[in-house]
Design a protein around this ligand. Structure first.
Ligand code: FE2
Length: 394
């Protein structure tokens, strides 16, 4: 299958918070070496670079995984005193950082602080013969941060996107046979479409305001939180949009329903500390992608049998979408379909990626629709409730 990388946003404005790209997503994990193997095998990521004791990294080990324009950085602490070790104990393997490429990380950090952000790391520049990378971070919800990254010389964004060295201290992986397998059988993930935060009761509007005030995001207009405040969903959500099509960050909070909210179940396993609930990766051919992921053993959320009894009436009848993919194949692969007045989308959710019922992934294929599949919420929440009950958490 062919994939086209999204265009990098050219930063022509004088706004220091203009975001050029999602530089990377960093996860703190218990064992980065093994996690790299999992994400490579299950989701087709290339394990391209690493930094560990052998490259002079004395405190942490990191693996850079890449697929399309997604860069996943898996980090583990090498000593108990490293923050990653403490956070893994508290939250399990989890997303720590959604990092953004900007023109000048120091200026972005200074502006964010001026807008009211709290610093997580003051600007730090690392330089070598290739070029230089500056990073500076601010705290967002819970234990998560946003790092601003600016790149110079051989570390420039364009070069890094094409496989150039990630940062000083990283080296290319020499022997990782799965890379050849993945190149021959790509999974077709292209970019990070959205990243969802779970916050505590009453926290949603506060964090929506935070993204508006600090980063200049705006409330995504296509979305109506009343749509998912059903007795089944028991959550509320608002979507914040970076603009320029770069990233959307929906914020969920638990709501009182008949059963325990899925957001509260998440928080029960993170010591009530907010964090990232799911990352949604976009693909161009949902059928090929989901078939390949299923072949690799990815465990997806199972839908109620009755889902496909009604889906075509809803999507093609009521919502007038013309779904070009083979309908029988969609059902066979267990993919969800929804539409709005701009088009339709195909989506599917994995089971939690670790033993705690916390982080999961979404695969999403957009055919015009820019929304999030609200028509699927009822069916989804029924499935989620079945899984929550199996875990004894309902
Ligand atoms: Fe999503």
């Amino acid at each position: 299958m062919t994939t086209t990388l999204p265009i990098t946003n050219p930063v022509r404005t004088t706004d220091p918070l203009a975001l050029a790209d999602v530089d990377h997503v960093r996860m703190y994990v218990g064992n980065a070496k093994q996690a790299a193997y999992f994400y490579a095998h299950a989701f087709g990521f290339q394990v391209e670079q690493f930094a560990d004791l052998t490259t002079g990294s004395r405190e942490e080990a990191s693996y850079l995984l890449r697929q399309g324009n997604i860069r996943l950085l898996l980090t583990t602490g090498l000593h108990a005193s490293h923050p990653a070790c403490n956070e893994v104990a508290l939250y399990g393997d989890a997303v720590k950082d959604i990092a953004f490429t900007v023109l000048d990380a120091t200026a972005a950090w200074e502006r964010a602080l001026k807008n009211g952000a709290e610093s997580a790391q003051s600007p730090r520049e690392t330089t070598d013969a290739i070029g230089s990378v500056t990073t500076a971070s601010i705290k967002t919800f819970g234990h998560c941060v946003h790092t601003f990254v600016s790149r110079r010389g051989g570390y420039a964004l364009g070069k890094m996107r094409e496989g150039g060295t990630f940062m000083p201290g990283f080296a290319p992986t020499k022997c990782f046979p799965l890379n050849a397998y993945n190149a021959a059988r790509p999974c077709g993930l292209i970019c990070l479409d959205h990243c969802v935060g779970n916050v505590g009761l009453g926290g949603m509007n506060q964090w929506v305001q935070w993204y508006a005030d600090i980063l200049g995001f705006s409330l995504f207009k296509h979305f109506d939180d009343r749509d998912i405040s059903t007795e089944y969903s028991a959550l509320m959500s608002k979507v914040m949009d970076s603009g320029s099509g770069l990233i959307k960050i929906p914020i969920n909070e638990p709501a009182t329903g008949k059963r325990k909210s899925q957001v509260q179940e998440y928080l029960d396993f993170t010591d009530n500390i907010p964090g990232v609930q799911h990352l949604a990766f976009r693909c161009e051919d949902a059928l090929e992608t989901v078939a390949e992921l299923r072949h690799r053993g990815v465990d997806f959320l199972r839908l109620p049998e009755s889902y496909y009894d009604r889906v075509w009436d809803r999507v093609e009848g009521e919502l007038h979408a013309n779904v070009r993919e083979d309908h029988d194949r969609i059902k066979e692969l267990g993919i969800l379909v929804d539409a709005d007045d701009e088009g339709y989308l195909l989506q599917l959710f994995t089971m939690p990626l670790q033993d705690r019922p916390t982080l999961f992934l979404e695969i999403i294929c957009r055919r015009g629709s820019q929304s999030f599949g609200k028509g699927n919420f009822r069916a989804l929440f029924e499935s989620l409730e079945i899984e929550q009950a199996r875990r004894g958490n309902l």
